[in-house]
Design a protein around this ligand. Structure first.
Ligand code: NCD
Ligand code: ZN
Ligand code: ZN
Length: 370
């Protein structure tokens, strides 16, 4: 008998919807794969780095970007969380005002120049000193962190003993946890065993989002054939890192690791001297997560396995952000489905599995029914 199970709509707590003509197609893909609430990242052009539209800083606002998402079809989500991009211009007063007005649930830290759209970012230490992290803690605003050390020499960036994420979790995170013991923190798109160990030891204020690609692939998959569609940041890591992530997301007592696809479309993935970082998994993420859970040894034909899966994609992240459990449901079926290119009004986007194969037809092991 074919395995098939029904579960509540789920939450993608790390996604990139960008700006302009590409947005409607991206949002539709997310709705079609059963998303109830999304957390839409603020590394747009310009970045979402002020709370209110009337503030005259030269950025987009949380209010304005939410409206933009709503107008591009996002009003069909149950909720859309837009975190504030932390810059040199972010002030504790801005955080307090945003939180009190109910406009601000989360903020996002990017390592300066570390990733797509991170040019406006500001050093981590500064926010420890200038009252911004303290304001987040005081007003119950979550800090989402792209946890990679900035500006490392290439030799250290992907060293065998310590890489940019490991450095960040060993050198920066402990100080954050000590200085702000009540701050709610999400380690975004976690990739290493060091990161997993830190989150588990840091206690319940800390959580982490985990992508499909970091559960399925290792750096060998990226390098063998130079499959640049798998190039995202932080880079996919080693087998033992992947094993730690798989164990964390599928543990029966998991309360800290939840779904955040980091679906990050690039219409022009190849650049003049390299490649833009980001994998597109819109429309196909629950299918890929289901495959990843099976790779982790979870039996999705059994109730126990289905509960672990549903916890990961809906309940754990929902509890962390205080979201209601969605009433509507969708169904996952263990039946092959074809992955198609995404046509948008801004160009074509290659979903990750298509980028991993030269076959004309590429299919996944799971399908979705709404
Ligand atoms: C993201 C993007 O393209 O916006 N890219 C990525 O490789 N993850 C940025 C990010 O999440 O850091
Ligand atoms: Zn990131
Ligand atoms: Zn991202």
């Amino acid at each position: 008998m074919t395995t098939s199970f029904e579960l509540p709509l789920w939450h993608d707590l790390h996604v990139h919807f960008r700006q302009g003509d590409i947005m409607p197609a991206l949002i539709k893909d997310h709705l079609d794969m059963g998303c109830s609430t999304v957390l839409a990242m603020p590394n747009t052009k310009p970045p979402v780095a002020k709370v209110r539209q009337c503030d005259d800083l030269p950025y987009w606002s949380v209010e304005g970007y939410r409206d933009m998402i709503m107008q591009a079809g996002g009003d069909a989500f149950d909720d859309v969380i837009v975190p504030l991009y932390l810059t040199k211009d972010t002030t504790p007063a801005m955080i307090e005002d945003g939180a009190k007005a109910g406009l601000l649930k989360a903020c996002k830290y990017y390592p300066p120049h570390g990733t797509t759209g991170a040019d406006f970012s500001y050093p981590f230490e500064k926010f420890i000193e200038n009252g911004v992290f303290a304001a987040l803690q005081d007003h119950g605003v979550t800090l989402c962190i792209h946890g990679e050390e900035h500006g490392m020499e290439a030799e250290q960036y992907f060293d065998r003993k310590i890489n940019a994420e490991e450095y960040f979790y060993q050198q920066r995170m402990p100080k954050l946890a000590d200085s702000f013991p009540h701050l709610k923190v999400v380690g975004e798109h976690l990739t290493t065993k060091v990161g997993v160990d830190f989150i588990q030891s840091a206690g319940k204020n800390f959580a982490a989002s985990v992508t499909p690609q970091h559960l399925i692939y290792t750096v060998g998959h990226l390098l063998k054939g130079l499959n640049y569609h798998l190039y995202c940041l932080p880079l996919v890591k080693y087998d033992e890192d992947r094993a730690a992530l798989r164990a964390a997301v599928s543990a029966p007592d998991n309360t800290q690791f939840f779904a955040g696809t980091d679906s990050a479309p690039h219409v022009e993935k190849l650049t003049a001297c390299g490649c833009a970082a980001g994998c597109y998994t819109g429309g196909i993420a629950p299918q890929l997560y289901a495959e990843a859970f099976e790779m982790a040894g979870v039996d999705l034909s059994q109730d126990a396995g289905q509960t672990l899966f549903s916890n990961f994609i809906t309940n754990i992240g929902g509890a962390f952000y205080g979201l209601p459990t969605p009433q509507d449901t969708f169904t996952l079926v263990r039946e092959p489905s074809e992955v198609c290119m995404l046509q948008t009004d801004a160009g074509t986007v290659t979903p990750l599995p298509k980028g991993m194969s030269t076959d004309e037809r590429v299919s996944m092991k799971w399908s979705i029914r709404r």
